[in-house]
Design a protein around this ligand. Structure first.
Ligand code: C5P
Length: 218
C-alpha cells in the first residue's frame, strides 16, 4: 500500500504548522512544511539578486535549492536559516514567488520526496489539492483574521521581533487574497477536506480533533 499522507492546508497564521508538526509527532510520521520551500526560494532569490518578476530566474533558484532539514532547523546551502525564513519580508516575497507555475513545478518533486515510511503530515496551501490529491485525510484549517493576526503578533514578540498587530493583519489579508486568487494551485479546500475553524480552540484540542479523524479513517 502507499505510504499514508495527512494534509493540513490553510491560510497564513491559521495554526496549521503548529498543528501539523504536533500531529506528526503524535503519529511518529515525517513532517513537511511546504511553505519553507517557498520561503527558501524567496530568500535564495533575494541573496542572488533575482527579482520577484523574473520567473525564469526564480524557477532556476527553486530547482537548484540546496535545502536540508534537521529536526526543527532548516539549512540553505550549508547555512542555518530557520529564523531568516520566518521573517515577514521573506514570507511576503514567498507569496509573490509562489504565484509562478514554473516555480511550483520546480518544487514539486522535492515535496513528493518527503513521502516516506511510516507516513507524512504535510502542511501548506495545496497539499490536499495538488501535491497529494490522494491523501488519506485532508484538513483545511481556518481562523478569523483577527485571531490570526493576534497569534502571529504573539509569536513574533516572544522571539523579540518587534511587530505591529494592525500591519500584520493587513499583510496577512493581502497574502491570503493573493494566495486565493492566483490561477495556479490557489488556496482552497479540497472537495474532500474536513473544514476546521480553530479560532476558539487550543492547540491540544486541535490535535485531538485531527487524531480522532485520523483514527476514524483507519
Ligand atoms: O505557510 P507559509 O506562510 O510559510 O508560506 C509562505 C508562502 O508560500 C505563502 O504565503 C504562500 O504564498 C506560499 N505557499 C504556497 N504553497 C504552499 C505553501 C506555501 O504557495 N504549499
Amino acid at each position: 500500500a502507499d505510504v499514508p499522507v495527512l494534509t493540513i492546508d490553510g491560510p497564513t497564521a491559521s495554526g496549521k504548522g503548529t498543528l501539523a508538526s504536533a500531529v506528526a509527532i503524535a503519529l511518529g510520521y515525517h513532517f513537511l512544511d511546504s511553505g519553507a520551500l517557498y520561503r527558501a526560494t524567496a530568500l535564495a532569490a533575494m541573496q542572488a539578486g533575482v527579482t520577484d518578476t523574473d520567473e525564469a530566474g526564480l524557477a532556476r533558484v527553486a530547482a537548484g535549492l540546496q535545502l536540508k532539514f534537521t529536526g526543527h532547523q532548516i539549512w540553505l546551502a550549508g547555512v542555518e536559516v530557520s529564523d531568516d525564513l520566518r521573517q515577514e519580508h521573506v514570507g511576503a516575497m514567498a507569496s509573490r514567488v509562489s504565484t509562478f507555475p514554473s516555480v511550483r513545478d520546480a518544487l514539486k518533486a522535492l515535496q513528493l520526496s518527503h513521502r516516506r515510511v511510516p507516513g507524512l503530515v504535510a502542511d501548506g496551501r495545496d497539499m490536499g489539492t495538488v501535491i497529494f490529491p490522494g491523501a488519506d485525510l485532508k484538513v483545511f484549517v481556518t481562523a478569523s483574521a483577527a485571531v490570526r493576526a493576534e497569534r502571529r503578533h504573539k509569536q513574533l514578540i516572544s522571539k523579540g521581533i518587534p511587530a505591529n498587530i494592525d500591519s500584520l493583519r493587513a499583510d496577512l489579508e493581502a497574502r491570503d487574497l493573493r494566495d486565493q486568487s492566483r490561477t495556479v494551485a490557489p488556496l482552497k479546500p479540497a472537495e474532500d477536506a474536513k473544514l476546521f475553524d480553530n479560532s476558539q480552540l487550543t492547540v491540544d484540542q486541535c490535535v485531538a480533533q485531527v487524531l480522532e479523524w485520523w483514527e476514524a479513517k483507519q
